[in-house]
Design a protein around this ligand. Structure first.
Ligand code: GLU
Length: 292
């Protein structure tokens, strides 16, 4: 069976050089391996994702000389499949609802920090300190019935008891040079949110479900997602899904050393194109060999 690669952008802005690097690397590796390349549109955030950005992604990738298989999977069309996965986790007793707002969580964290050091996840966000697990079943039922905003969280301790030790094969490298066989440490993320009332999935859940459904064998993506792989391995194990091989690549950085990001105004590929930059120039700019 040929290997299956995927490029999975979120259509919440225009692609920049960092995306070009990731997409071209997937394309080159798929070609070298005689494999397939899929494009997946990760648009579960209905407020921030826009059809015009999706159209721009297709246009930019085509301009770069990248070809992908059709049909393209668009995550917003598959909420029922993600819900089926959360149902399976719920049936194992591994999900629980929490009801605090962001402001309430920030207050709870501040209380914890006043008492002593409180752990942060690998992205630097304080772990969930919530009280939700101490609510009585009656209180939970009442809040659900009243239609309170709900986040469905993974009971990490219970999930870990079920999964045992987990590892993944890393062909790239982590932020501290981790490579080859990496031990998953999902507990570093605490009780992660897997679904919300208004969005019945999350990045972690949909990426794991889709990679399995689409038969992805090789996940090639930026190093900023390296430690997310711990959560992905755990979910694969709990849902009985195969674990792909991973290759996390270095992130492109601007002159000040910050990673390129839509939010900090990284120059877009279409802007570079308008300035007369060619696809071959882009390859050179991201450090990839010329296309043959
Ligand atoms: N949609 C994610 C992003 O744009 C990438 C997800 C992945 O490659 O696993 O950052």
């Amino acid at each position: 069976m040929p290997p299956v690669f995927r490029f999975a952008p979120s259509p919440n802005g225009y692609l920049h050089l960092g995306h070009a690097f990731s997409a071209l690397l997937n394309f080159d590796l798929a070609r070298q391996a005689g494999g397939r390349l899929l494009l997946r549109i990760e648009d579960i955030d209905r407020a921030r994702c826009k059809p015009e950005f999706e159209a721009a992604i297709r246009e930019d990738l085509t301009w770069l000389g990248i070809a992908w298989e059709t049909p393209v999977r668009r995550q917003s069309e598959h909420f029922s499949e993600y819900r089926a996965a959360t149902d399976r986790l719920a049936a194992q007793g591994l999900l629980y609802p929490s009801f605090e707002s962001r402001a309430e969580i920030a207050r709870l964290v501040a209380d914890e920090q006043a008492r002593g050091k409180w752990p942060h996840d690998p992205d630097g966000v304080p772990l969930y300190p919530g009280l939700a697990r101490s609510l009585s079943p009656e209180a939970v039922a009442g809040l659900l019935l009243a239609g309170a905003p709900t986040a469905w969280r993974l009971d990490m301790a219970a999930a870990r008891r079920r999964s045992g030790a987990l590892a993944w094969t890393e062909q790239g490298a982590g932020p501290s040079g981790e490579t080859n066989t990496v031990e998953a440490q999902p507990e570093a993320w605490g009780d992660v949110i897997l679904a919300r009332k208004e969005t019945p999935t999350s990045y972690h859940l949909s990426v794991v479900v889709d990679d399995a459904l689409q038969g992805v064998t090789d996940v090639v993506r930026g190093q900023d997602l390296f430690w997310s792989t711990s959560v992905h391995r755990l979910l694969q194990e709990l849902l009985g899904l195969p674990g792909p091989v991973y290759r996390h690549h270095p992130l492109l950085r601007d002159d000040r050393g910050a990673k390129l990001a839509k939010s900090s105004g990284a120059v877009s590929l279409r802007e570079l194109r308008a300035r007369g930059v060619s696809p071959a120039d882009i390859r050179a700019m991201v450090g990839l060999a010329a296309a043959d």
